[in-house]
Design a protein around this ligand. Structure first.
Ligand code: MOS
Length: 733
C-alpha cells in the first residue's frame, strides 16, 4: 500500500481497541519467566555447545603471538576460533568484520578468540590459558585533545547548515549567551546481554538471537560469511532491552556461527557482562558549544550549535545538533558537527541518538538565556515557537503542538509556584528547585511489511519480522489487527522477530510503532478484501465488527470466509513524498523538581512530569511505560551515567553494572505522563508517531535546570554529581 496522501477516515478511527489502555498480551509470559530469550532456548536444537569470548587486552596495535595450544587440549574443548582460522570475513553494512579482531586490534575488548567447549565452565577455563602478546601502537583516547583535529563528517544530515548571517546577528544581539558543555560516553546497559545460538544445517544457518533489526542482521550475516541471504535465518521473538545496542550484529552472533561451523555442533554464546561495555557500541561523548543572541524582549535572532564527538576510523558523529535545526525560530542560524578519530570502542546509536545529548545542552542553554533575559523559561520557549522548518521556511510541520505541551505541563506541574531566584527555597535540609525543558524527536517513515492469516476458527494471525524490545509491539500489532478485522483482542495471535516473516521497519529510532502497525494495517486491508470477495460482499462498504462482516442487509460470520481453507494476505506500507513536504516530528515538555542536600550536595529527584504530543497513542498504557522508562533513563544521563575513559590505555574503566551507575527504583520518585489527544494524518494510516525516544529527550536538561534552580550553581559537564556541586552550595543558614 502506497501512503502518499494525508489519511482520511479509516477503520482505526473507530478506536474500539486501538487507543485504549491495553495490558500487554505477552505480559503473562514475561511475569512468569517463560518468554524464551536467546540464551535460554535450550530446546530449539539439540547438542548445544558453549562459546566463551576472549577480548583484546589493548586498545590499539597488533597481536604478535596468540598461543591457543593449551586451550585446544583443555578438557571438553571442541574448537578455538581466531582470525587465523576463521576464513575471510566480509564487511557487511555495519563493519561486521570488526567483530573478530586480529592480528590488527582496533579497540579494547575487541573479540580475538572464541573457545567452544562441552560446558560453559570448560570454555571459560580454557579461555584463561590463551596467551597473547601484543605490540601496542599509539592511539587517541581523549576527545578534548582530539577536538582540534576533528573534521566535518560527510554523512547525510551531518554537514554544516547555515541560514542568514549568524556572526553579524550574534554580534548585534543586545543579549548574548555563549557557553560550552560536555556530555559523557554512555552505555546502553540493557538487562539481557547480547546472546545467540547458532546451528548449521549443511550450508544453511539458523541463529536464535537478540536483535532489533532482523533484516539488517540477515543481510550483514550473509555478507560477513559470504553466503546467500536465503541461507540465513534469524529468530528473535523476545528481547530484554536494546536501546540501540542491538540494532546491528555483535560479536556473539558472528562467533556463534563461526564456532558452530568449527565445532560442527550448535553453539551458544553470550557476551560476558564485563566484556559488553568495551566490546559493543556506546553513546559517544560530546563537547557542545551553544551561542544564542536575542532581543531584550526575548526573540531569538541568532542560534549556533556546534558539537564535537569522536569515533573509530570510518565511524560517524553523535548528531547532537539535529533538534537545533528545527526546534526554535530565529533568522540567523548555524549548526556544525565535527568528528575526531578516537580509538575507543565504536560509538553508535543509543536511545534518541543526537537529540538526547543535544537537548541536554540546548535546553540547558535556553534556561540560562531565559534567566539572562529575565523571562520565564516556559514563556521564552513559547515566544520562539515556529510552525515551519526554520531552515526551510516554506516547509510546515505536519503537526506541532509544543506550545500546548509547555502550557499543559506548566499548569499541571504547578510551575507558577517556582521561585525564579535560584537557591532560595528550603525544605528542611533540602534545597528545592524546579526545572523544565522542551522535548523534540523526529518521526521517521520506513517501509514495513506483514502477513495476516484468517483461520477457519476465526483466529487472525499476524506474522512480521518486527521485534518487541520490551516496548509493547506485540500488543499494538494485536490491537491493530483486531480493530481492522472486527474481532476481540484474544482472537489475534502475533508472531514476531523471525526472518521467515515479511520484512518490517524493525525497532529503532522510535519508528517501530507507527511503521510496523501501518504494515499490519496494509495487510489487513488486503485480507478484508479477500474476505469480502469470499463472502460475496462489497469490499468497499463492508464493515467488520464483533466477528461479523456486514454489508447493507447482509451479514456473515468472519470465520465463514475461511471455512474452505485459511485466507492469507500480505502487504507492506510504503511511503511517498509526504515526509518531504512536511516536517514530521514529535514534541513534548518535561518538568522536574529536585532536592539538593544543603550539606552534602546529594541530589534527589522529587517528582517529574512529561507531556507528549506524538500523534495517535496506540496503547496509552504501554506508551506511558515507554515514557516513564525514558524519563528514568534521562535521570541516569543527568545524574549518574558516565563511562570513565582511561586516557592512557584507551578503554572504559567501569565496564560492569557494579560500577556503571544507572537509576534504581529508590532513585526515581513520582512520575506522571500526559499525552495530548491528537492524530497526525500525514504520518500514516495509523496517524501515529512514536514516544520511546521522545520520552528521554530533554529530561537531562530539565533535571539540570532544576538543580540550578535549587542551588544557584550551574554544572555544564554531565553527569551532575555531588562533587561538582559541593564547593558551590549556598551558605547554610
Ligand atoms: Mo534506537 S537508538 O534507533 O534503537
Amino acid at each position: 500500500m502506497k501512503f502518499d496522501k494525508p489519511a482520511t477516515t479509516n477503520p482505526i478511527d473507530q478506536g474500539k481497541i486501538v487507543g485504549k489502555p491495553t495490558d500487554r498480551i505477552d505480559g503473562p509470559l514475561k511475569t512468569t519467566g517463560t518468554a524464551p530469550y536467546a540464551y535460554e532456548r535450550h530446546d530449539v536444537v539439540p547438542d548445544q555447545a558453549y562459546g566463551y569470548i576472549v577480548g583484546a587486552g589493548i586498545a590499539k596495535g597488533r597481536i604478535d603471538l596468540l598461543d591457543d595450544s593449551a586451550a585446544r587440549k583443555a578438557p571438553g574443548v571442541l574448537a578455538v576460533v581466531t582470525a587465523k582460522n576463521a576464513g575471510k570475513l566480509g564487511k557487511g553494512n555495519f563493519n561486521t568484520a570488526r567483530l573478530l579482531g586480529g592480528p590488527e586490534i582496533e579497540h579494547y575488548h575487541q573479540a580475538i578468540a572464541l573457545v567452544v567447549a562441552e560446558t560453559f565452565e570448560q570454555a571459560r577455563a580454557a579461555a584463561q590459558t590463551i596467551r597473547v602478546d601484543y605490540v601496542r601502537s599509539k592511539g587517541a583516547y581523549d576527545l578534548a585533545r582530539a577536538k582540534d583535529s576533528a573534521v566535518m563528517p560527510t554523512g547525510k544530515n551531518e554537514k554544516d547548515t547555515a541560514v542568514g548571517d549568524f556572526a553579524a546577528a550574534f554580534e548585534r544581539a543586545p543579549v548574548q549567551f555563549d557557553a560550552t558543555y560536555g556530555t559523557p560516553d554512555e552505555s546502553h546497559a540493557m538487562m539481557e546481554p547480547h546472546a545467540s545460538i547458532a546451528a548449521w544445517d549443511g550450508d544453511k544457518l539458523t541463529v536464535w538471537t537478540s536483535n532489533q533489526m532482523i533484516a539488517w542482521g540477515v543481510g550483514d550475516m550473509a555478507a560477513t560469511l559470504g553466503i546467500p541471504k536465503g541461507n540465513v535465518r534469524l529468530i528473535s521473538p523476545y528481547i530484554g532491552g536494546g536501546f540501540g545496542g542491538k540494532l546491528f550484529l555483535r560479536a556473539d552472533v558472528l562467533l556463534a556461527a563461526l564456532g558452530a561451523r568449527a565445532a560442527k555442533r550448535p553453539v551458544k554464546v553470550a557476551l560476558q557482562r564485563p566484556l559488553m561495555i568495551n566490546n559493543t557500541t556506546h553513546r559517544p561523548a560530546t563537547i557542545q558549544r551553544v551561542r544564542l543572541g536575542a532581543t531584550r524582549d526575548g526573540k531569538l535572532t541568532a542560534i549556533a550549535h556546534e558539537s564535537w564527538s569522536g569515533d573509530l576510523p570510518g565511524g560517524g558523529p553523535e548528531v547532537a545538533v539535529q533538534q537545533t535545526r528545527l526546534l526554535y525560530a530565529g533568522e540567523n542560524r548555524v549548526t556544525r558537527l565535527r568528528l575526531a578519530t578516537l580509538d575507543l570502542p565504536e560509538g553508535n546509536a543509543m536511545r534518541a541518538p543526537g537529540e538526547a545529548p543535544g537537548l541536554m545542552v540546548l535546553e540547558a542553554a535556553m534556561d540560562e538565556m531565559a534567566e539572562k533575559l529575565g523571562i520565564d523559561p516556559v514563556e521564552f520557549r513559547i515566544l520562539n515557537d515556529t510552525q515551519v522548518d526554520p531552515e526551510k521556511p516554506g516547509r510546515p510541520f505536519s503537526q506541532r503542538r509544543l506550545v500546548e505541551c509547555l502550557r499543559t505541563g506548566a499548569e499541571r506541574f504547578g510551575w507558577s509556584k517556582r521561585n525564579a531566584a535560584p537557591g532560595k527555597v528550603r525544605d528542611g535540609r533540602w534545597l528545592v528547585g524546579m526545572g523544565m525543558a522542551a522535548a523534540f524527536r523526529n518521526n521517521l517513515l520506513t517501509k514495513s511489511g506483514a502477513r495476516v492469516r484468517l483461520g477457519g476458527n476465526g483466529i487472525v494471525t499476524v506474522e512480521t519480522d518486527m521485534t518487541d524490545i520490551g516496548t509493547g509491539t506485540y500488543t499494538i500489532i494485536a490491537q491493530t489487527a483486531a480493530e481492522m478485522m472486527g474481532v476481540p483482542l484474544d482472537r489475534v495471535v502475533v508472531r514476531l522477530g523471525d526472518s521467515a516473516f515479511p520484512v518490517s521497519a524493525g525497532s529503532g529510532g522510535q519508528w517501530g510503532a507507527n511503521n510496523s502497525t501501518s504494515g499490519v494495517y496494509a495487510a489487513c486491508v488486503k485480507l478484508r478484501e479477500a474476505v469480502a470477495q469470499k463472502l460475496g460482499l462489497d469490499a468497499g462498504t463492508a464493515e467488520f465488527a464483533d466477528g461479523q462482516v456486514i454489508a447493507g442487509e447482509r451479514r456473515s460470520a468472519l470465520a465463514q470466509a475461511a471455512k474452505d481453507g485459511e485466507l492469507v494476505a500480505e502487504d507492506a506500507i510504503e511511503y511517498g513524498e509526504l515526509d518531504k513536504r512536511y516536517q514530521q516530528s514529535t514534541f513534548g515538555a518535561h518538568f522536574c523538581e529536585v532536592g539538593v542536600d544543603a550539606h552534602t550536595g546529594e541530589i534527589r529527584v522529587r517528582r517529574m512530569l512529561a507531556v507528549c504530543a506524538a500523534g495517535r497513542i496506540l496503547n496509552p498504557k504501554s506508551a506511558r511505560s515507554q515514557v516513564i522508562g525514558a524519563m528514568t533513563m534521562g535521570v541516569g544521563a543527568a545524574l549518574m551515567e558516565d563511562l570513565v575513559v582511561d586516557k592512557r590505555l584507551g578503554f572504559f574503566v567501569n565496564h560492569d553494572l557494579a560500577s556503571y551507575e544507572v537509576p534504581v527504583h529508590a532513585d526515581i520518585p513520582h512520575q506522571d505522563v500526559i499525552f495530548l489527544d491528537e492524530t497526525d494524518p500525514i504520518s500514516s494510516p495509523m496517524k501515529a508517531k512514536g514516544v520511546g525516544e521522545l520520552g528521554i529527550c530533554g529530561v537531562g536538561a530539565a533535571v539540570a535546570n532544576a538543580v540550578y534552580n535549587a542551588t544557584g550553581f550551574r554544572v555544564r559537564h554531565y553527569p551532575i554529581t555531588l562533587d561538582k556541586l559541593l564547593d558551590h552550595l549556598p551558605t547554610v543558614g
